[in-house]
Design a protein around this ligand. Structure first.
Ligand code: DAH
Length: 360
């Protein structure tokens, strides 16, 4: 057994030099496997004299243990090195910005609703809502538009179907947001300050009309409110909404059944090279109808006209969205064309606010 020293040197060197677990396993098999050199040498012990065995046995066992320990140590070292290598290769800079994911965009109409809600909220107006299928009492009668009034015809109303003998009151798709005035006053009484943005419907369809479009109603009722307050609120709104320092409004005497006196409001603008500028130039663009709420309307909504008074206005949202963002054709608003939405849409993450900016 004088070659034990050689065996030891051979295997310890091989173990040290094994580059990976597979190579190490080969070394283990060559030494300690069933037919490994150490295992075979162990078998030789049986052929020895007891005296020979006394020295060779422990020596062989010690060598076997030593190689076994060296194998384990090398295995652990290789595993550590593999982990180190993985950690180095898979290193990730967690401070890098994320990869942007494509989200949908906010439709210009929604954007403008958010913008005007922020502006009016700053002036103390809450948001009120009403149903889109509305009784003709709320849509017309309560707003001082009796059955034979010509305004009923002018609104090109969509009527809900009723079978003969159906006891339910007639309903319509609301033709304007004005019925929300009645609902809000019924629910809350006076004083009150609300806006009501939402969908309205009329039988109309061309480049500037769609059968469904959007309005925002405004209503402010208190003890002494006047046309002067209406004018200030509307000017303040236009300045904030169109993001210009200077706006000029023109109040034209008009007629609405639910206001007295009534005014249509135009904003000064210029069209040069197809480009619209608000607040300058020689053109006027009509943007809304308004007036002092008619006593009959207050009365219908359960508010005492001898104690309360105030103003109301109604504005086309699609119209002011087209003006502000230079969108030429109203019909495109409702076609759900993705290319159009990507072009005119707004980021879902930029919520309009007066401090952070309305539109960016
Ligand atoms: N409801 C009217 C329409 O749709 C707009 C309107 C005019 C609303 C005057 C008002 C108002 O509140 O005072 O044509």
């Amino acid at each position: 057994m004088e070659d034990l020293g050689a065996l030891r040197g051979k295997y310890l060197t091989a173990i040290k030099g094994a580059k990976d677990e597979a190579a190490l396993e080969e070394v283990r098999l060559a030494a300690l496997g069933k037919k490994g050199e150490i295992s075979l040498a162990m078998r030789e012990l049986g052929k020895m004299t007891p005296d020979e065995r006394k020295t060779a046995g422990p020596a062989l066992n010690a060598l076997k243990d030593e190689i076994d320990a060296a194998l384990r140590a090398r295995k652990a070292a290789l595993a550590d090195a593999a982990l180190e290598e993985r950690l180095r290769a898979e290193w990730l800079d967690v401070t890098l910005p994320g990869t942007p994911r494509r989200m949908g965009t906010i439709h210009p109409v929604s954007q403008v609703m958010d913008e005007l809600t922020a502006i009016f909220a700053d002036m103390g107006f809450a948001v009120a809502e009403g149903p889109q299928v509305e009784s003709d009492w709320f849509n017309f009668d309560a707003l001082n538009i009796p059955p034979e009034h010509p305004a009923r015809q002018e609104h090109d109303t969509f009527f809900m179907h009723r079978d003969a003998g159906d006891p339910r009151p007639p309903h319509v798709l609301r033709t304007h947001t004005s019925p929300v005035q009645i609902r809000a006053m019924q629910a809350q009484g006076a004083p009150i300050r609300v806006i009501a943005p939402g969908r309205v419907y009329r039988m109309d369809m061309d480049q500037t009309h769609a059968p469904m479009f959007h309005q925002v109603e405004g209503l402010a009722i208190d003890r002494t409110l006047s046309m002067a307050n209406l004018k200030w609120v509307l000017e303040e709104f236009c300045r904030a909404f169109f993001e210009v320092d200077h706006v000029e409004l023109r109040f034209r005497a008009s007629h609405f059944p639910f206001t007295e006196p009534s005014a249509e409001v135009d904003i000064r603008c210029s069209w040069t090279g197809g480009q619209l500028k608000i607040g300058e130039g020689d053109d006027w663009m009509e943007i809304l109808g308004s007036g002092m709420v008619h006593p009959k309307v207050l009365h219908a909504a359960g508010v005492d006209p001898d104690r309360w008074q105030g103003f109301a206005f109604g504005m086309g949202i699609d119209r002011i969205a087209m003006l502000k963002y230079g969108i030429p054709d109203l019909r495109a608003f409702f076609e759900s064309d993705l290319r159009w939405l990507r072009h005119y849409g707004f980021s879902a993450l930029d919520v309009p606010g007066l401090a952070s900016g309305l539109s960016r």
